[in-house]
Design a protein around this ligand. Structure first.
Ligand code: PLP
Length: 436
């Protein structure tokens, strides 16, 4: 008889368990995904998700343009296109990248379904199971998921407030070599990093590139936030300094509309062909209509002005978060001070486990992402990512106040009972999200 599917998540009840490919082992729900349902309730201030805030977009004129694209170019817009992407859009993307000093050729650029697909493609063409990938610690959860799905072996490289530490990179490469393995690539988010909010200092950029070149390590530069500097500052892309050893990933998700799913990869010329073939096998081609929408937007809107208004909006939210942390956080907490992007990385005092504390925070109607989700190796239990992109400033302030009181209570219990007692209690007391 037909059994209803088991939704409990208990793996042992999955009748297909023995059928999965080994690579499916690494596919597990991210911390961010697990939080999504709870954090999106209206009573919860979500400092968890990284959803861009689209409120400032000119929706009326965009909808007119979309209608006219279908009316005027429907036979192209609704048809398959090339795996490479729409030629005109590729040229326009080259103009966008020129703002960061990148002078790429449109032929070396592949349009993808968000930069997430570009991440998938580069991992697909470079990584065999067990290959080593270096990534900042912490790093973007979506990239870690992709690396896991290709069974790559992720090693984290330390960051400080100036971004990736060059000496730590040298050490990591040497350690991998000493173990008889090869690093396939360094994955890095140089600007306003997700989740840490730090930016790679300009003098370090050449140093990092030099280390990678000397050790024959390819660089994957993931840069979705680069134009969202709060003072309009733009840092030179790594790709602008080395066109042969850097694959640059870009996206319109944070500077225009994430739902259109338009991103890109600019590869060294020699790699371009493999990328196009991989893109073809993954999706045949990126959606033509969406590419034409982005293309028309770039051609007819003041997109630079739009990015300025995003910068202003996100800066106000960043200010609200930092002011709230300054005012409310108990002693012993430290945090980063991003000058762009969406995220602040908070470190709490010794003994507090941010994942164990999470249900209590949700009960207090505030959500964050525990730090462990941003590491492949279980590190990050004293950290959390706070995003300031979505809620309005006054909600952010209220969210930080709630978070600080949960943390203060946690610290009080730790002082009274010690970490062991706290751990034992936390299991018994963790409320279900429904009691929030
Ligand atoms: C660092 C980083 N890379 C890539 C992505 C994926 O973006 P896209 O919407 O272009 O797929 C994100 C999205 O949050 C991100 O933060």
């Amino acid at each position: 008889m037909h059994q209803p599917p088991d939704r409990s998540g208990a793996r042992s009840l999955d009748p297909h368990l023995s059928r999965y490919a080994a690579r499916a082992e690494g596919m597990t729900a991210s911390e961010v995904r697990a939080l999504f349902a709870v954090a999106s309730r209206p009573e919860v201030v979500s400092l968890a998700g990284g959803m861009p805030n689209l409120a400032a977009l000119p929706l009326d004129s965009l909808s007119q343009q979309m209608a006219s694209i279908v009316a005027e170019e429907g036979m192209t817009a609704l048809q398959y296109g090339s795996a490479h992407g729409v030629p005109q859009l590729r040229e326009q993307i080259c103009e966008v990248m020129a703002l960061e000093g990148v002078h790429g050729h449109p032929d070396d650029l592949v349009v993808t379904v968000g930069s997430q697909m570009a991440l998938d493609l580069v991992t697909r063409i470079f990584c065999d199971p067990g290959d080593v990938v270096l990534a900042e610690g912490p790093s973007y959860v979506g990239a870690l998921g992709t690396f896991a799905s290709y069974q790559a072996d992720v090693r984290h490289v330390a960051m400080d407030e100036q971004g990736l530490v060059p000496a730590a990179l040298e050490e990591a490469i040497a350690a991998v070599r000493a173990a008889g393995k090869r690093v396939k690539f360094l994955y890095t988010i140089p600007n306003f990093q997700n989740p840490a909010g730090v930016t790679l200092a300009v003098p370090r950029r050449a140093e990092i590139l030099d280390i990678c070149l000397r050790h024959d390590v390819l660089v994957i530069e993931d840069n979705p936030y680069g134009l969202l500097g709060f003072d309009g500052q733009i840092y030179p892309a790594l790709r602008s300094m080395d066109r042969d050893n850097v694959i640059y990933l870009g996206s319109f998700s944070k500077t225009f509309a994430s739902g259109l799913r338009v991103g890109w990869a600019l590869a060294p010329h020699a790699v371009r062909e493999k990328l196009v073939l991989a893109a073809e096998s993954a999706a045949l081609c990126p959606p033509t209509l969406n590419q034409l929408v982005v293309s028309r937007y770039l051609a007819t809107h003041d997109w630079k002005g739009q990015i300025k208004s995003f910068q202003t909006m996100y800066r106000e939210r960043r200010d609200a978060l930092l002011a709230g942390l300054e005012q409310h956080m108990p002693p012993g907490c430290t945090w980063t001070r991003p000058d762009g992007g969406f995220f602040v990385w908070l470190t709490v005092p010794e003994g507090v486990d941010t994942k164990a504390m999470q249900p209590r925070a949700v009960t207090a109607r505030v959500a964050y992402v525990p730090g462990t989700g941003f590491y492949a190796d279980g590190f990050g239990s004293r950290q959390m990512r706070l995003s300031f992109c979505y809620p309005p400033p006054e909600r952010i302030t209220e969210g930080v106040r709630r978070l600080a009181s949960v943390l203060a209570e946690e610290l009080e219990l730790l002082r009274t009972f010690g970490p062991t007692a706290r751990r034992a209690m936390s299991g018994a007391q963790a409320p279900s999200p429904d009691t929030a």
